[in-house]
Design a protein around this ligand. Structure first.
Ligand code: KG4
Length: 327
């Protein structure tokens, strides 16, 4: 039995988790800073790093207590070191370095995006490779060909906003609060007429890039030109279009490569409408793997989980490992 500690502080969640053998979550504690950033409608880096620093020790203690383990039981410590807000990333990574040095256990720096795509494999499924990984969150929208642990090829990403960011910006414009994704999803469910149609974004064949600035402008112009517009209808039409782009690109990327397994992860993967659309598009022989909504958003269990595979491969990092804003 191998116990690993995972730490995460790349954006606005501080998290610590203990995972057994890379697949069983013994504890998974998260402190969200959403309330601190709400009034700014986005994450303020300075506020984020200070808040991580204030709470991380407490979270580590809680993660160990809830798992019923001590520092001495841990065989490795994994922390997200890329990509993310540099000042925020430093907090989990520094904590991990101290634990690694003090306990004499390996330090493993983890790619946050790879960790997200590992999340569903903490729920009883064996990791499946190769797969197409769609990562959809507030900071990222990207498609990967994942051949194995540490072997990710970026095949497309957004050329402007991330999809979660588009949700958040439109929600801000509509005064729906922050984070915007859940608010827009909820409002869209109440739309009945479903007659508004925003322009379709048609990809060139083989183009795996995403773009959300055009649809965002179309929605804002619609709201400006139609002050009495039914907001539920606008939310519905906006959401249908942005999710449609995700679905098309993802299935096209998988089918053109003859890959039958698709993993979808990140905050936006919690969206119920996205899940419905994926299920509807899926053909015989294709498998769509999604984490439960609780594991879609940032957490440290996914960091400890993927870290277990690096541990098995002896891929350890030195204590001078640095953080990186980009993957
Ligand atoms: O992965 P995540 O927690 O971290 C960041 O990258 O920040 O994702 C947060 C993002 C936010 O943009 C939020 O609006 C979006 O995920 N989100 C959703 C839903 N729940 C969270 N978007 C659409 N539908 C949802 N149900």
């Amino acid at each position: 039995m191998i116990l690993g500690l995972g730490l995460e502080s790349s954006c606005d969640e501080t998290a610590a988790a203990v995972v057994r053998d890379g697949r069983e979550i013994l504890s998974n504690v998260i402190s969200s800073q959403v309330d601190l950033h709400r009034e700014y409608y986005g994450v303020v880096p300075e506020i984020a790093s200070r808040a991580h620093l204030e709470i991380i020790n407490l979270l580590i203690e809680r993660a160990l207590n809830e798992a019923g383990v001590r520092f001495g039981d841990l065989r490795y410590v994994a922390a997200t070191n890329r990509p993310g807000l540099v000042g925020s990333l430093l907090i989990a990574l520094q904590s991990a370095k101290v634990i690694s040095y003090a306990m004499g256990i390996p330090l493993i720096g983890v790619n946050h995006l790879e960790a997200h795509l590992y999340a569903p494999f903490l729920e009883g499924r064996e990791p499946v490779y190769p797969h197409i990984g769609l990562l959809v969150s507030g900071g990222n929208t990207a498609l990967y060909l994942v051949r194995g642990v540490g072997d990710l090829e970026l095949i497309g990403r957004t050329v402007d906003d991330a999809v979660g960011e588009a949700y958040d910006k439109i929600a801000k414009y509509m005064d729906l609060g922050y984070p915007g994704g859940p608010a827009i999803e909820k409002l869209a469910r109440t739309a009945t007429a479903r007659r508004i149609l925003f322009p379709k974004i048609l990809p060139e064949p083989g183009d795996c890039r995403f773009s959300y600035s055009g649809i965002k402008t179309a929605v804002i112009n619609h709201l400006k030109n139609n002050p009495g517009a039914d907001r539920a209808e606008v939310a519905y039409a906006f959401q249908e279009r942005i999710l449609e782009i995700l679905i098309r690109r993802t299935f096209a990327a998988a089918r053109s490569r003859g890959i039958g397994t698709i993993v979808v992860a990140g905050g936006v993967a919690a969206n119920g409408r996205l899940r419905e659309m994926l299920a509807r598009e899926k053909r015989e022989g294709e498998d769509i793997i999604l984490p439960t909504p609780a594991l879609c958003t940032d957490n440290a269990a996914m960091v400890a989980g993927i870290g277990r595979h690096y541990y098995a491969a002896g891929l350890f990092d030195r204590l001078d490992l640095d953080v990186r804003a980009r993957a």
